[in-house]
Ligand binder design. Structure first.
Ligand code: ZN
Length: 263
């Protein structure tokens, strides 16, 4: 609660400062140098959007974004958010098991309660089931009770279905604050973000999803995909891209990492 008030106050103060700057500087700069002003504005916005899409936001010591380095081999870890989806998750699990791969699924509590059979299957297949949130809300904007409910209700749902306590947590949209991290940590979970996003939430072309992962792929990446989506939307492109990505990563000398690399 304390942190929420501080964060909200800082947010308000920054809005006021931006407003003052905008009203005093914008007319001056915009009327004199309209094109450079607009270009700088666009570049700043796009840079932030680029970093956010791929890396998530915020900083903190208790967050894992990359695998631990290992000089002897290049490796990767697959993670999937927003499921379980009755339509797409079983297909993704099938692809993974065909390739003898394990992944972390960061599930939405509400969906997990609706599809306990898929959660059970994930568990049987050796997949790791982590907490995403109960209803995919932006957690830093909630009060303490709301954050607790989102995280703990999901952990309870997973525990009830599998008999195991979740060990990993990923906040929706990668948005968090200290309170979110503390509550997840207090419930025995490590917060895991990602180092490379497939951006499959946006792409409808499997080739582009493949490019987002394969091009510039580094040695210790935690890869972000989505198995869940809004009703009526499709994860078909992810399902199509995944086998290609797995095969190409293997051909490029990358091997799948165990969870010991995020401990
Ligand atoms: Zn999500």
């Amino acid at each position: 609660m304390f942190y929420y008030i501080i964060a909200s106050s800082l947010f308000l103060i920054s809005i006021i400062i931006i407003n003052i700057l905008a009203t005093s500087l914008k007319p001056l700069l915009f009327s004199r140098y309209p094109i450079p002003f607009l270009i700088i504005l666009i570049v700043i916005t796009l840079t932030f959007a680029y970093i956010y899409q791929r890396k998530g936001v915020g900083a903190g010591r208790n967050i894992t974004r990359k695998l631990h380095p290992d000089e002897s081999r290049k490796k990767y870890l697959l993670t999937f958010d927003d499921g379980p989806s009755i339509e797409w998750t079983p297909r993704i699990i099938e692809i993974l098991s065909e390739n003898n791969l394990k992944a972390i699924f960061f599930v939405v509590g509400k969906e997990a309660e609706e599809h306990p059979d898929i959660i059970r299957k994930m568990d049987e297949m050796g997949m790791e089931i982590g907490v995403h949130s109960y209803s995919h809300k932006p957690l830093p904007f909630l009060f303490t009770g709301g954050i607790r409910q989102e995280i703990e209700n999901t952990a309870d749902a997973i525990r009830e279905i599998t008999g195991k306590s979740p060990r990993y947590f990923r906040p929706p949209w990668g948005l968090y604050n200290k309170e979110v991290l503390d509550i997840a940590g207090g419930n025995g979970m490590k917060t895991i973000l990602w180092s490379r996003s497939s951006i499959d939430w946006k792409e409808s072309d499997p080739g582009k999803i493949r490019n987002n992962v394969i091009e510039k792929m580094l040695a210790e990446e935690i890869l972000l995909f989505h198995d869940g989506c809004k009703k009526g939307a499709s994860r078909g492109p992810t399902v199509k891209a995944l086998p290609v990505i797995i095969e190409e990563l293997g051909a490029l000398g990358f091997s799948p990492a165990g969870l010991e690399y995020i401990q």
